[in-house]
Design a protein around this ligand. Structure first.
Ligand SMILES: NC(=O)c1cnc(N)c2cc(Br)sc12
Length: 318
């Protein structure tokens, strides 16, 4: 009996994590919510009888019971940078000219990505296990919000390869979750959140992870901070590797050969942003080849090899 139970706990843990990966990361559900919930209840029942066999990456481990007194400070091994801004096509042509000057007129290719309007976070994994998550903070010192980040189902507790890696991404609240949250707060006479970014930040700054767990947060991983034992030569290759490891990356990333293609991408999403299930406040443009990023380096505040095209603030309909 006991060996079968131990085996059953491992089997259910692996099965439920695979179902969650397909549902939250790939957006391709394998089973119904009812079937997932029934299997999770079964796993929790076995874990309560045999806590010694609960797996470290069990889905029941996502919501911790401890309410923190305060968040610990975390020093980022690699600073989390801010981006320079571009507000129109001329600014983007200026950015392209500066990049080409810095590369002795070599024509770079660019990676264009949606600028998610959420909270920048960094996730650290050791041998494939999620060990720490933190806010950007001032770029050098952030806050340890590991317990709250563990409640986001799209964040893998264990990667598909046992690697040491640190990734950066944006945690966010989908538009529908934001509307539902404010409707509930209005019913309870609570202060409403102004926008999904504030709602996501407010949820991740809760000291009680059970509150964060109820906020339907999500995440897109958009960069690799540190990576041991594997070389990638471009940003888009790094994103593909992050996806292969089990991270959720944004499907609308585009590789552009020229700044005119970059401008077209920006204009497309300025027009289409309302159709997305999450808010974006611009487009991030990065020189794709890592060797070129290295050549260009950084100013005091931000990389010379990237910029953010900022959308005009949306008119607030009163
Ligand atoms: N795709 C990206 O690089 C990206 C997306 N969304 C964001 N809010 C940010 C912020 C920085 Br800094 S990079 C980035």
């Amino acid at each position: 009996m006991t060996l079968d139970t131990q085996h059953e706990i491992k089997r259910l843990t692996t099965l439920l994590n695979d179902y969650a990966y397909h549902y939250y990361v790939l957006d391709e559900p394998k089973v119904s919510d009812a079937e997932y919930d029934q299997l999770l209840r079964r796993l929790i029942e076995l874990e309560e009888k045999h806590p010694e066999w609960k797996q470290e990456d069990s889905p029941s481990e996502r919501v911790g019971g401890t309410i923190l007194e305060q968040f610990q400070k975390v020093q980022h091994d690699i600073p989390m940078l801010s981006l320079s801004n571009a507000f129109n096509a001329d600014d983007l042509h200026d950015f392209d000219r500066r990049v080409k000057q810095g590369l002795d007129q070599e024509a770079p290719t660019y990676s264009c990505e949606l600028k998610i309007d959420g909270l920048a976070v960094t996730l650290k994994y050791e041998q494939g296990r999620f060990v720490q998550g933190a806010t950007r903070g001032d770029g050098t010192i952030g806050e340890d919000i590991t317990a709250n980040l563990k409640t986001i189902p799209a964040i893998p507790l264990r990667l598909r390869e046992a690697v040491d890696i640190e990734v950066r991404g944006e945690a966010f609240m989908p538009k529908k979750s934001f509307i539902r949250l404010n409707e509930a707060r209005e019913k309870n006479g609570e202060q409403l959140f102004a926008n999904p970014r504030n709602a996501a930040a407010g949820s991740l700054r809760q000291l009680d992870p059970k509150i964060a767990a109820k906020r339907n947060l999500d995440i897109f991983i958009y960069g690799i901070g540190q990576l041991k034992g594997r070389q990638v030569s471009s940003h888009h290759e790094g994103l593909a590797y992050a996806h292969q490891l089990g991270f959720k990356t944004n499907p609308h990333q585009q590789h552009c050969e020229t700044i005119d293609q970059v401008i077209a991408f920006c204009e497309h999403w300025l027009d289409k942003r309302a159709d997305l299930p999450y808010e974006i406040d611009g487009i991030v443009i990065k020189v794709d080849a890592l060797a070129n990023q290295e050549k260009l380096g950084f100013t005091a505040k931000s990389p010379r090899w990237a910029t953010a095209y900022k959308f005009p603030a949306e008119e607030v309909v009163t």
